[in-house]
Design a protein around this ligand. Sequence first.
Ligand SMILES: [Zn+2]
Length: 276
Amino acid sequence: MVNLRLYHTGQCRHPEWSTRHDRPMRPCTFPMHAAVLDRGGDLALFDTGYAPRFFAASQPFPERLYRWLTPTTAPAADALARRLIAEGTHGAVRTIVISHFHADHVAGLRDFPDARILCSRRAWDHVRSVSRMGAVRAGYLRALLPEDIEDRLGFVDDLPMRPLPPVFHPFREGRDLFGDGTVLLLPLPGHSTGQIGAAFIGPDGAAHLLIADASWSVTALRDDAPPPGLTLRFIGSAADFRETWGKLRQLIAAAPETRLIACHCAASSAPYLVPR
Ligand SMILES: [Zn+2]
């Protein structure tokens, strides 16, 4: 059995139009939630969210462009590590799954020096292959990554593959995070190269799918309102994004009871948020 807890780690501002094409240009606030997957006290994180070191990492040029484009608030009191230390659960974090390497998803990585880190091989190969400017363009801030990341890094591609239940179709198989089939990791590429999501059945028997940034909100997916073409030109792959979007729409149509949760989506996250 797996319990999901979400933590608000900060927020950024963006024109709403850039996240769904049918909305106005006015800037909107988007929260960033980090997820804790709790399997009987054995914890895995699904992303770490913002942490205050984001500001130091985005201080130099060209990294500063990231901060200019997405003005960010990340109070120290909201850092995931601080919240988990206060709860007494920080030491139980064995694994951190990185859905993708955008700075708002990995800023807290250095706060968990003993955890193993998991991502897709495609995502890591991309992080390693781009130039400094290319990294900023892709939404990466390399200073956020721990120096020893290569020693602690594993690839989801190497985990055992298992079939997903029909409530997750058309996603038919995933990689087994805990080795017991409770959480299966699956590819959701497009928004960022090699992005992954997490599928599991909650304690109430409901199917859950963490979709990371495959959409900025679950309502946009239900409304079939993707980001505009201009946004898609700057993401990992517009073609992959559209394919992932189409699959998620198929899932919603076939299994509307499956709960999709997006990292920046206040509405889908609300039932799982741990109050400050
Ligand atoms: Zn992202």
